[in-house]
Write a protein that binds this ligand. Structure first.
Ligand code: MLT
Length: 268
């Protein structure tokens, strides 16, 4: 389905039980809602019990690319705008990596709109100088070589070495999603990520149940960083997902879904 949210055509899926607890899935960079929809994935695990919404962040998947000038602030406003459009007053939000940055910023802006928070493979801090320089290199590489090479290089850092061998369908999905993302959106989102604020000081104000998960082998959002997020939030739990790196929901969907479902069961 599509709706104009904050002047931008936004693609989303709205499935499951419309009267049940709404659960909104926010993908990472540069993926799409499809990362939650693999066989055995999260939409499959949740749609029988919950009202499940998964959308493509501005510039990603089937959502409008627009002018490529993005900020996490816009992305957070788009999340709230989509909730308004769907008449969802309160939801549990599940954000992976960039999705977690968006969820944390939206939570700061409109805490009353959230009933639970699931932060996956994410970070609360802002980019270090080193990360900003790395993003400049990525933008240059995308402009010079195009998204295909960027996709081939990126997947090597996203998946654990074992997953690259054993989860080839997931690897193919992610690689083709990245390849199909408009270069303008890839570069624009890199700049949005580089300019995001540090959400660490706001963690202690989070007073809703929170689940923090990351892959044991994640080098982008490692377990110690995610454990520190959990420690800063009063009502939070943390799990390191075995046999998984940055895309824990795809690399070890069974373990990921088990913790997600157990968390959601405690909320209703
Ligand atoms: C993601 O998966 O969303 C990215 O790793 C986020 C980032 O580049 O900071």
């Amino acid at each position: 389905m599509k709706a104009v949210i904050n002047n931008s055509l936004t693609h989303y899926i709205d499935i499951g039980i419309s009267t049940a607890l709404p659960v909104i899935l926010i993908h990472g960079f540069p993926f799409s809602h499809k990362m939650w929809m693999m066989p055995g994935g999260q939409t499959e695990a949740l749609a029988g019990t919950y009202h499940v919404i998964a959308y493509d962040v501005r510039g990603h998947g089937e959502s409008e690319v627009g002018d490529g000038l993005y900020t996490i602030e816009f992305f957070a406003d788009d999340l709230i705008g989509l909730m308004d459009h769907l008449n969802v007053q309160q939801a549990v939000v599940v954000g992976l990596s960039m999705g977690g940055y968006i969820a944390l910023r939206a939570m700061q802006k409109k805490p009353e709109r959230f009933k639970g928070l699931v932060l996956c493979n994410t970070r609360a801090d802002a980019d270090s100088n080193e990360s900003k320089i790395k993003r400049a290199g990525a933008i240059r590489a995308i402009k010079t070589n195009g998204p295909r090479l960027f996709a081939q290089e990126l997947v090597k850092n996203l998946f654990a070495p074992q997953s690259l061998e054993t989860k080839q369908n997931a690897v193919k999905l992610i690689e083709s999603t990245i390849e199909r993302t408009a270069p303008l959106a890839l570069c624009g989102t890199e700049l949005a990520l580089a300019s995001r604020i540090d959400s660490t000081p706001s963690l202690s104000a989070i007073n809703i149940p929170t689940l923090v998960m990351t892959g044991e082998l994640d080098t982008i959002a490692p377990p110690e960083i995610n454990k520190a997020i959990k420690d800063a939030i009063s009502n939070a739990e943390f799990f390191a997902i075995p046999k998984a790196a940055h895309l824990s929901n795809l690399e070890n969907a069974d373990e990921f879904n088990k913790h997600l479902v157990e968390f959601l069961q405690k909320l209703v």
